[in-house]
Design a binder for this molecule. Sequence first.
Ligand SMILES: Cc1cc2nc3c(=O)[nH]c(=O)nc-3n(C[C@H](O)[C@H](O)[C@H](O)COP(=O)(O)O)c2cc1C
Length: 355
Amino acid sequence: MPYLCGIMYKLLRSALFRFDAENVHHWAMSALGMAVRTPLVGAVMAHRFSIRDKSLERTLFGLRFPNPVGLGAGFDKNARYLKELSVLGFGSVEIGTITPRPQDGNEKPRLFRLPADRALINRMGFNNEGVEAAARRLATWKDKNASDMIIGGNIGKNKSTPNEDAWRDYDSCFRRLHDLADFFVVNVSSPNTPGLRALQEKDALSRILSNLQEINAGMPKRKPLLLKIAPDLTEGQLEDIVALAGEVKLDGLVATNTTISREGLSPTSAAHAASIGAGGLSGAPLRKASTDILRRIISLSEGQIPVIASGGIFTADDAREKLEAGASLVQIWTGFVYEGPSAAANICRGLLKNT
Ligand SMILES: Cc1cc2nc3c(=O)[nH]c(=O)nc-3n(C[C@H](O)[C@H](O)[C@H](O)COP(=O)(O)O)c2cc1C
């Protein structure tokens, strides 16, 4: 049965891949929305995709994840598809990146497929409806649903906010979503907001993170706070981040975001990649670089910093590679596009085979 679904998705995928990638994203999620809300269909899908097994459960920073396979940030930027994603069996979803004010993001087209390399290049630029819209949807979702899927809130800054004021943007998103999200991820690693990644430098980061931890300490219930990092950091920057994570008592790191490098692309030609222009590369060509960063974090922190691994995960073997390298949980994104709706369930099934 999973094999048949895989073949059917691959046939559908070859038709969908003829259209603009961002449009297909919206059509596919609308179709999925209709399917999960159709009583019998929704129930059959939930039964097929929700893989329940005690050995898949993980408890991390005080949260119980029903399985270790999450969906990375950027797929559900506005907390619109939580029902669909919970039916597809994700253990967690990172909504966002959310900024205080709504913004359109970069000019279209801004999402490109490299099928021969099982990769994507995107320069979305934090298109989102702003924190207020996300907060309202999240509140409604929590009221109306009893899902055990864990929700992470991935927060960022508006493009128009200068870097010296960036901490205020993180501050307002964190406060607004504090009692709605289960954990938070500070995103300073997207390549598509000019200057954002300069916030990965120790002093700038320290200001943002210390402020959020102060707010956290004053809340009735503190929420786990993580930082998402780029795969393009130098060894020195990585050492600084691991040291800072200890100083400000971060609960973990998400490693990694997309890369600005175009290494590892084959058979896609350098000329074709260059013709697409700027943006973050994700998917199979990112897998090794992001696992290398994961290993460095585990080694530098002597295994003391929990890591959620993101980058090039398509199959249970890819997930196992990250878990064996020391990750506590994994996230997929590009793998979901290429493998289809059963991606999370297939990874869970594959992980169960070797437990
Ligand atoms: C189209 C697209 C949009 C993304 N948007 C965000 C985002 O808003 N915030 C973020 O932290 N990461 C974002 N990401 C990065 C993913 O969450 C993930 O970390 C990265 O793609 C690597 O994983 P993958 O190889 O499984 O895709 C985006 C990725 C893609 C492909």
